[in-house]
Design a binder for this molecule. Structure first.
Ligand SMILES: C[S@@+](CC[C@H](N)C(=O)[O-])C[C@H]1O[C@@H](n2cnc3c(N)ncnc32)[C@H](O)[C@@H]1O
Length: 255
């Protein structure tokens, strides 16, 4: 991160929200080390040797770096209060290497991933982590495959499936509101339990200004989303504004 951008961030509302997340995690610490100790890191290294980096691959995609990815996913779980909620059934869209669902298991949750099968490393890591996944590609205005069940929580971290094509400028051409409407409606009607929630966590935009375009933010808000930093949280019921903290009463009502 460039110094000027870091400085801007320090002064921004985003920094305050980021600090708040840190404080909340700090008050309920979780030992990433304990989770990390359960992983076969030699096998992860071997998988990376078997499936080396593509040319120009970004440093962030060092998925064999278990310490980094367990740490990130423990924080994701903490931010959804998953270290303190009764067992949930979770669907992770674009599950990648499978670390999120692996971490969730330590808090008593069970889950299913969904991803394409384009990245052989992910085939290896999900098997190693014993994370079950459905191989499927999410397309605009196409229903997701029938998964035969409904979920308490559906997540998408560093969401990419809404990117349609990359323009010569490097900018992504993304889903329009109608595509999001179709997707959210499909998720709400076919995949979420009555008190279920959908969490979409976005990458920062290239200019570093925000995680959402103005239009996307307005659209998610019109769908009842609670937006916090990079995350949009939506309830199964469009008339409800969901909370990151889910109470037992709310979950029980959903069963
Ligand atoms: C940036 S990675 C994030 C992986 C993981 N969620 C994480 O945060 O570590 C994006 C993931 O979305 C998957 N993906 C991209 N486009 C997709 C699509 N149209 N349908 C399903 N998965 C997709 C990729 O294969 C990849 O695993």
């Amino acid at each position: 991160m460039r110094v000027s951008r870091k400085f801007q961030k320090l002064l921004s509302f985003d920094a305050v929200e980021s600090l708040w997340e840190h404080v909340r995690r700090w008050t309920h610490p979780v030992s990433s080390r304990r989770i990390l100790a359960t992983l076969d890191r030699l096998e992860l290294t071997r998988l990376r040797e078997q499936y080396p980096y593509r040319p120009n691959a970004r440093r962030i995609n060092a998925y064999e770096n278990a310490a980094r990815w367990i740490g990130i996913n423990v924080e994701r779980a903490q931010d959804l209060w998953l270290d303190r909620t009764p067992p949930l059934r979770i669907l992770d869209l674009g599950c990648g290497a499978g670390y999120f669902l692996y971490v969730c298991r330590f808090f008593g949750h069970e889950g299913l991933g969904l991803d394409t099968d384009e990245e052989p490393l992910f085939r290896g890591t999900t098997e190693l982590l014993n994370v079950h996944r459905v191989v499927s590609r999410i397309h605009p205005q196409v229903p997701l495959p029938d998964l035969g069940e409904k979920f308490d929580l559906i997540t998408g971290h560093r969401v990419c499936f809404h990117r349609v094509a990359r323009a010569p400028s490097g900018e992504w051409d993304e889903w329009a509101s109608a595509d999001w409407r179709f997707f959210i409606d499909d998720i709400r009607t076919r995949f979420l339990k009555p008190a279920g929630r959908l969490l979409l966590d976005f990458n920062p935009r290239p200019e570093g200004s925000s995680f959402f375009t103005k239009k996307l933010r307005a659209y998610f808000l019109s769908e009842g989303a609670r937006i916090f930093r990079s995350k949009a949280l939506l309830a199964a019921d469009p008339n409800q504004r969901p909370r990151f903290k889910q109470t037992r009463r709310k979950i029980d009502k959903s069963l």
